[in-house]
Design a binder for this molecule. Structure first.
Ligand code: ATR
Length: 292
């Protein structure tokens, strides 16, 4: 047998731990490369695979994975809401966010749902803007989609004193604020952003604006406090127009790739037993997929 291409050689034992990511499609997912890096780094007897599952097969596929002895799965678009109904138990944060991205199969067969997006958001900021103090002042949050909800819940959990929520379609921001029901959330008109920047401690873009093939986020940061930290959940490109403008004025900036990397940690920890580290080498490795 020729093992010259041994970097592709994967050896599994009869007791390997199994996990994966379910999506439809799933080919674009960076999770197999990300989790595969950690499996190799820590020398773990396990595997993490892409699992393309159509919406109509979703519930039966989750139960089948449990019956096949999987440790758990990540769940991505379009299943993040559907998985909610399949779970036997939900973590507190998954309930409040209203979506699940990390499923663990308990020894008794129970399907446990968690949402780690907010955790990833917070940990990314802690790692890349270590001076951050979430209690220091208002956070400006742009958007009202699924990712936005996880971010708002996580900021509230970090005792952020005030969240100013702005979305092009104000009704969606109002609906989100009504659902989360926390007096610290104020909805502001999309075109009033200039009026709420001055005392902000954090500015977050959760919209798709600024992403490749999407329109730019048109915003003038002239009135933003110099101490404010600016972050974007968009990571293609890594340096969005928002981050470039903020950096040019001397604000600390944090790109969105780290949120993806950190949100993967709790699942890896539960399924494979190690809380993995996010390093510059991991960032480069994960980005390699888009450059290949
Ligand atoms: P997700 O659930 O993944 O966050 P989404 O629900 O499609 O994705 O949300 C995309 C966000 O980008 C929304 O806040 C959307 O604003 P609307 O609610 O008004 O649609 C925002 N967005 C997309 N294109 C936009 C544009 N051209 N101008 C302003 N906001 C935009």
């Amino acid at each position: 047998m020729d093992f010259s291409n041994s970097d592709r050689l994967q050896t599994l034992s009869g007791t390997s731990r199994l996990a994966g990511v379910m999506g439809w499609p799933v080919a674009h997912s960076k999770s197999p490369r990300l989790q595969g890096y950690w499996l190799a780094k820590y020398g773990i007897d396990g595997t993490y695979m892409p699992l393309p599952v159509a919406p109509e097969n979703f519930a039966s596929a989750v139960k089948s994975l449990r019956d096949l002895g999987f440790a758990g799965v990540n769940v991505t678009i379009p299943h993040k809401q559907a998985v909610f109904d399949v779970c036997d138990e939900l973590s507190d944060r998954a309930q409040r966010i209203g979506a699940v991205n990390t499923v663990t199969f308990a020894d008794d067969g129970k399907i446990l749902g968690d949402n780690t997006d907010g955790f990833g958001f917070i940990e990314n900021l802690r790692q890349n803007a270590p001076e951050i103090d979430f209690t220091r002042g208002p956070a400006i949050v742009l958007g009202a989609g699924g990712a936005c909800r996880a971010i708002i819940v996580s900021l509230l959990d970090e005792n952020c004193p005030e969240i100013r929520l702005l979305n092009r379609t104000k009704a969606r921001a109002d609906a989100l604020a009504d659902e989360i029901k926390d007096p610290r959330i104020t909805v502001v008109e999309w075109d009033r952003i200039d009026h709420c920047l001055e005392d902000a401690a954090l500015l977050v873009n959760t919209t798709s604006l600024g992403m490749v093939r999407q329109p730019p986020l048109e915003i003038d940061l002239a009135g933003l406090a110099k101490q404010a930290i600016v972050t974007d959940i968009v990571y293609a490109p890594l340096k969005t127009g928002l981050l470039a403008q903020a950096e040019g004025r001397g604000n600390s900036v944090v790109d969105g790739l780290g949120m993806l990397l950190h949100q993967a940690r709790p699942g890896f920890h539960r399924w494979f037993g190690i809380d993995p580290v996010v390093t510059p080498e991991l960032r480069d490795f994960v980005l390699g997929t888009s450059q290949e």
